[in-house]
Design a protein. Structure first.
Length: 476
């Protein structure tokens, strides 16, 4: 039966491939899942007691299945040969060179996997793109595979499906165990629909059938970009409103609550912040903008580009507020940065707003004292060196493992990630050990203005106006 999958291989053992395959292996004991990666260090880590990524619940699942029906290996050719179905789950970072630099996703890793499949496959394969790729990428993958098919004498056949992943970091296992939907795009032909049915069967072991959507390949590819663009747009929308609130005396939390109560709008994803980060939102919005430009849909490109403009502006605006509240000069002043990850419960720093705020402050020669509960010092330094220079990182950045030490003698505390533990600190104790006047900048709506002001801090919070404005209201 061609719609029953027995052996799955996933190329790319990262944030998407690792957890996804662990979940498939866990839910489908009859399927053997092999995850391969060219990065040996990463595979070694997957085979060790300390997995290369942290996700609540992941370790449990990996320990239950590893060695039974879940395997991690660097032998890409063998894993390709033995599989019925191959996930491509490699990185697609924004291209930094040539045509589309700074906008288009770089497909060189996806293409290299397609070439490996073309080289090593000996029988029929269903190839599934999981990485976020631009619309019509399946076509390029298929061209490479069909060329191999034409040149081979044996019974090579390929079907290419699109099956984007919607998991968020920190909740990956929960998102995988009970997804809002699983999306599978394929060709309309009989062979195409057979391949779609095979992948539907894989998910159907644990996902209710009405949550498995099947579409045309292009709809599936486009939906992934659009879903991330809508989510990013909500954050930019509420962040744009936060600026109005700061200038007028409204409170963005109150506005978000009131607006979100409308069922048509919904209350999730309306937290104003210092700007969204993470490996997906910016990359996918830029990829959508690039697609629109390529299609000569300039007005549409401008519309979505506004999401990025506001996000960059929000980061800059927050850094500028810090400088301005500290009497327009931060040169030589110690500033405690709390949080470097792009969101709580992860050590991931990709595109974190903390990098950009830090960079702006370093340009003003502030001395940064950084603390994050999950990000390693090496990682922070690497990110900052890429945005500034080794020299200025060495001169201006110190990484602390104790938040109280980071705050000692500092002129300000700056909250950049919404870690729960930040709410539990003794800020009066910190205040007493700081330089005075001491300021507090909340980039994540973690604190109430009046609580922090009661300690003695000058307070600046995203989306809430200084007391004199909130009391009298704004008079035009
Ligand atoms: C709207 C708001 O819904 C309501 O809460 C507010 O108090 C007044 O403005 P209304 O203008 O009566 O109400 O109609 P609504 O159903 O919101 O539709 C407004 C327009 O949007 C219509 O032209 C409608 O056809 C259009 N629309 C709505 C779309 O084009 N697509 C949609 O998905 C929804
Ligand atoms: C996102 C999508 O949620 C997920 O569906 C997709 O598969 C990958 O991209 P992720 O990047 O892991 O997931 O994190 P997410 O929780 O979406 O947060 C992204 C950024 O937006 C973070 O920096 C977060 O702090 C910020 N954010 C989120 C806000 O600033 N306000 C909000 O209300 C929500
Ligand atoms: P994502 O967040 O999309 O999962 P990651 O960067 O975490 O992305 O993981 C992608 C993985 O894909 C990396 O571990 C990388 O080494 C691997 N990879 C990229 N290209 C290839 C390739 N041609 N063959 C095998 N592995 C690859």
């Amino acid at each position: 039966d061609q719609t029953v999958v027995r052996r799955i291989t996933c190329v790319g053992a990262g944030y998407v491939g690792g957890p996804t395959c662990a979940m498939i292996a866990y839910k489908s004991p009859q399927i053997t899942v092999t995850v391969v990666d060219m990065n040996k260090e990463r595979i070694d880590a997957w085979n060790s007691d300390s997995l290369p990524i942290f996700e609540p619940g992941l370790e449990d699942v990996v320990m239950k299945c590893r060695g039974t029906n879940l395997f991690f290996s660097t032998d890409v050719p063998e894993a390709i040969r033995s599989a019925d179905l191959i996930f491509i789950s490699v990185n697609t970072p924004t291209k930094m060179y040539g045509k589309g630099a700074g906008m288009a996703p770089d497909l060189k890793y996806v293409e290299s996997v397609a070439r490996s499949i073309a080289e090593h496959a000996q029988g029929p394969k269903i190839v599934v793109e999981k990485s976020t790729v631009p619309v019509k990428a399946a076509e390029s993958i298929l061209s490479i595979l069909e060329d191999a098919q034409r040149r081979s004498n044996n019974n090579l056949t390929f079907q290419v499906l699109s099956n984007p992943e919607f998991l968020a970091e920190g909740t990956a296992m929960r998102d995988l165990a009970s997804p809002d939907r699983v999306l599978i795009g394929g060709e309309d032909s009989e062979e195409g629909q057979r391949a779609v049915a095979a992948l539907v069967n894989v998910y159907a072991s644990w996902v209710p059938r009405d949550r498995i959507l099947t579409t045309k390949t292009w709809s599936s590819e486009l939906s992934k970009l659009v879903a991330n663009a809508f989510l990013a747009q909500r954050i930019s929308s509420i962040n744009s409103v936060s600026a109005i609130c700061e200038a007028t005396g409204a409170d963005v939390r109150e506005v978000a609550k009131a607006v979100g109560c409308d069922e048509r709008i919904g209350s999730n994803f309306l937290n104003a912040s210092v700007g969204f980060g993470g490996s997906c939102f910016q990359k996918d919005v830029l990829s959508l903008v690039y697609l629109c430009e390529s299609l000569h849909l300039d007005k549409v490109a401008d519309y979505w580009n506004g999401v990025i403009t506001i996000n960059n502006w929000q980061r800059r605006r927050f850094a500028d507020a810090i400088v301005s509240e500290l009497f327009n000069t931060v040169a030589g002043k110690k500033i405690a940065i709390f949080g470097f990850a792009f969101k709580k419960s992860t050590g991931d720093t990709r595109e974190s707003s903390a990098i950009h705020v830090s960079k702006h402050l370093m340009e003003e020669e502030a001395r940064l004292a950084v603390y994050d509960p999950a990000v390693t010092e090496k990682q922070m330094r690497q990110e900052l060196v890429m945005e500034t220079s080794e020299k200025s990182v060495n001169k201006l950045v110190t990484v602390f493992s104790d938040p109280y030490e980071a705050a000692k003698d500092a002129h300000a505390i700056v909250i950049l990630t919404e870690w729960e533990e930040f709410k539990t600190y003794d800020y009066a104790r910190m205040y007493n050990a700081m330089s005075h006047p001491a300021a507090f900048f909340d980039g994540r709506l973690l604190f109430k203005r009046k609580d922090i002001e009661a300690i003695g801090f000058h307070f600046f919070g995203i989306g809430s106006a200084p007391s004199h404005l909130s009391e009298v209201g704004y008079i035009l």
